[in-house]
Design a protein around this ligand. Structure first.
Ligand code: FA5
Length: 366
């Protein structure tokens, strides 16, 4: 019994002195572990007479309980000390200078693509994509431009030297319209999509670059007419330019894949060297700028895409994204978009946190 008392005192001293959880665990194993001295003492009870046992058992149990309580209390102490130390080490010194802000910005074209997707999503359009390396069938033939069609020549196409698997030519798509065919073939009608992306033409001046961006729109359903097209474009441009006085002019035009076809112009005025959208292009001090082409999808295109033109019809449009970005954000030379000049990018670019949201007015600068 004296043995037990002195062993207990040694253990309690070791617990008091333990300054790490590992040291504490060593004391626990030494006393209460399977081969610890308390466990061994408990095992001796079996060989005792009932009288001896009734005296020794409560004493050993009491020692066991006292050591277990001391271990628990110390464990709590060590854990909260460790937490305090961690919290103290992780404080931030708010008096230090701010870290250098991130370099780089979101290109206005990317920003405008996000704005487009946001507005059209609100009108129920899904985003579709297609390959930039296209075959001649999707880019031309299925859009009602067979090999001898003169409109092919107007597209200043970049062709690849190798033939496509079907024997036709491979090319860099000259417009986003082949996505109309791909989406209709994949999903059938009814359909309501936009397809933003890069397109390529051998063309270069202040308003034309060899690579530029278009967004295609396609709505095919029953009873769709030109009025729906005009409403959709007007609604889109009002939200995009964040003004109500947007005036569109739909000018009769020709595209092989739409019938009738209309070119879409928007009224603007000049303020200094900046074009500002709004107002009627025919008014004093105003003019019209072409933003894209559109029309009712030609029956032949629906047939090529496997849709019955007697059941379904609809409209399509293709807008120049770079053009509408220039108008909205006031750049006057398209070529600067693709020069990668960091001064231009830091001036016209957007912060990554500037996510367009309809509720905030799309395109609001932070
Ligand atoms: C087309 O590309 C048709 N696919 C549009 C379309 C789609 C019509 C669906 C009907 C139905 P167009 O070649 O006019 O059409 O080009 C459309 C717009 O792209 C132009 O109005 C212009 O805004 C822009 N664009 C054309 N060429 C360039 C260029 N080289 N650089 C920058 N923008 C361009």
């Amino acid at each position: 019994m004296t043995d037990l008392t002195s062993q207990k005192q040694t253990a309690l001293d070791a617990i008091a002195k333990a300054d790490t959880l590992d040291a504490l665990e060593a004391v626990r194993l030494d006393a209460l572990g399977k081969k610890g001295w308390v466990s061994l003492a408990l095992k001796t009870l079996g060989g005792m007479s009932p009288e001896e046992r009734s005296e020794a058992a409560p004493a050993i149990q009491a020692v066991r309980a006292e050591i277990a309580d001391a271990l628990d209390a110390k464990k709590g102490e060590l854990e909260s000390a460790a937490l305090e130390a961690q919290l103290a080490a992780e404080t931030i010194d708010l008096t230090l200078p701010a870290p250098e802000s991130a370099k780089g910005s979101v290109h206005p074209v990317s920003q405008v693509m996000d704005e487009l997707a946001e507005i059209f999503a609100d009108l129920g359009f899904a985003v579709a994509t297609g390959p930039e390396i296209e075959d001649d069938w999707h880019n031309f033939t299925a859009l009602n431009m067979d090999e001898s069609h003169p409109a092919r020549a107007m597209h200043d196409t970049f062709y690849f030297p190798d033939a496509a698997p079907d024997g036709g030519q491979m090319l860099l798509r000259t417009h986003t319209s082949p996505v109309q065919i791909r989406s209709l073939k994949d999903q059938g009608a009814p359909i309501r999509i936009i397809a933003p992306g890069r397109v390529y033409r051998s063309d270069s001046d202040a308003t034309h670059t060899p690579m530029f961006h278009q967004v295609e729109g396609l709505v095919i359903d029953k009873d769709i007419h030109l009025g729906h097209l005009k409403w959709t474009l007007e609604t889109f441009f009002k939200a995009f330019f964040e003004r109500e006085d947007i005036t569109l002019r739909l000018r009769p035009s020709y595209f092989p894949f739409t019938e009738p076809s209309v070119e879409v112009d928007v009224g603007y005025s000049n303020e200094g060297d900046r074009r500002v959208v709004g107002g009627n292009g025919d008014d004093e001090g105003h003019d019209w700028m072409e933003l894209g082409g559109s029309g009712m999808v030609n029956r032949r295109v629906l047939e090529f895409a496997g849709v019955d033109p007697d059941e379904y019809q609809g409209f399509a449009f293709g807008l120049g994204i770079d053009r509408i970005a220039m108008l909205k954000y006031g750049m006057n030379d398209l070529r600067a978009f693709f020069d990668g000049d960091p001064r231009w990018l830091s001036h016209y670019g957007f912060a990554a946190v500037d996510q367009p949201a309809l509720s905030a007015g799309v395109g609001a600068r932070a």
